[in-house]
Design a binder for this molecule. Structure first.
Ligand SMILES: C[S@@+](CC[C@H](N)C(=O)[O-])C[C@H]1O[C@@H](n2cnc3c(N)ncnc32)[C@H](O)[C@@H]1O
Length: 239
């Protein structure tokens, strides 16, 4: 076994350096790990106070604090809306910008207080943790999670041997949509109008989607491991 610490988007150069021309299987288990969530200093959790970090790879220079203190109100609004799907995105962005004018936000605790103040008390009492969606948004933006996933799937399918499989576990709808669409595109990439008698675009299928519907955890698995709740597994097989 050879362990390589690298961003998975660099899988092509890593395999080339190892002299491996093709592989039989690639498996991505996306998102953050339980270890990272449970290590407060990594700054991923909204359950403890820690520096605003959230880097998947601590060799990278930019941290969550740079986004929280450096992005414009409009940019913060966009990421909290699109990546957090938080209906109070606009207000949260406004509160962040107002708070950081007094003093830069440095810890998860400080950010949580600002988020709480931006959400109506009634909702705060009933919904999940008020910071959950904003934390997800900042994490996705910082680590460019959706761009990396989107760019890597075609590349990975290209690296599979015939009959090889790419399996991906996602943890939220934004990731799952990318995997679903990219797999579909690779199965049927033809862009000819449906009334063309034969394909003129010349785009050939690269394989088939093995999982018509994603594989999801059973009730028992969710009971044993709460963090598996939102996971979905999709598999593509190269022809
Ligand atoms: C859900 S966890 C994997 C857990 C692991 N399968 C286990 O059972 O312990 C996802 C891991 O992928 C890492 N990760 C996230 N994005 C990455 C990327 N672009 N390249 C490489 N690793 C990444 C995270 O840092 C995290 O450690």
């Amino acid at each position: 076994m050879t362990i390589v610490r690298n961003n998975y988007e660099n899988i092509d150069t890593v395999l080339a350096e190892l002299g491996i021309p093709g592989v039989d299987g690639i498996y991505l288990d996306l998102g953050v790990s339980s270890y990272q969530l449970d290590t407060a200093e990594r700054g991923f959790t909204y359950r403890e106070d820690a520096p605003l970090d959230m880097r998947m790879d601590q060799r990278n220079a930019e941290t969550a604090a740079d986004i929280v203190n450096g992005y414009s109100e409009m940019e913060l609004y966009r990421i909290i809306r699109d990546y957090g799907e938080d209906r109070f995105a606009k207000n949260i962005a406004k509160h962040i910008v107002r708070a950081r004018q007094e003093k830069p936000l440095e810890t998860t605790g400080e950010l949580i207080e600002v988020i709480k103040a931006a959400i109506p008390a009634k909702i705060r009492a009933t919904g999940g943790h008020p910071a959950k969606r904003t934390f997800q948004a900042i994490r996705i933006e910082l680590n460019k999670e959706l761009e990396v996933l989107e760019h890597s799937i075609d590349k990975m399918i290209g690296l599979l041997n015939p009959g090889g499989r790419l399996s991906i576990i996602t943890f939220h709808s934004l990731e799952d949509r990318i995997v679903k669409n990219k797999f579909k595109e690779n199965e049927n990439p033809c862009v000819c109008p449906p009334d063309f008698p034969v394909c003129m675009c010349g785009r050939k299928s690269r394989g088939r989607v093995v999982t018509r519907k994603p594989i999801v955890p059973t009730g028992q698995e969710i009971e044993e491991n709460k963090r598996s709740k939102s996971s979905k597994l999709r598999v593509f097989e190269k022809s």
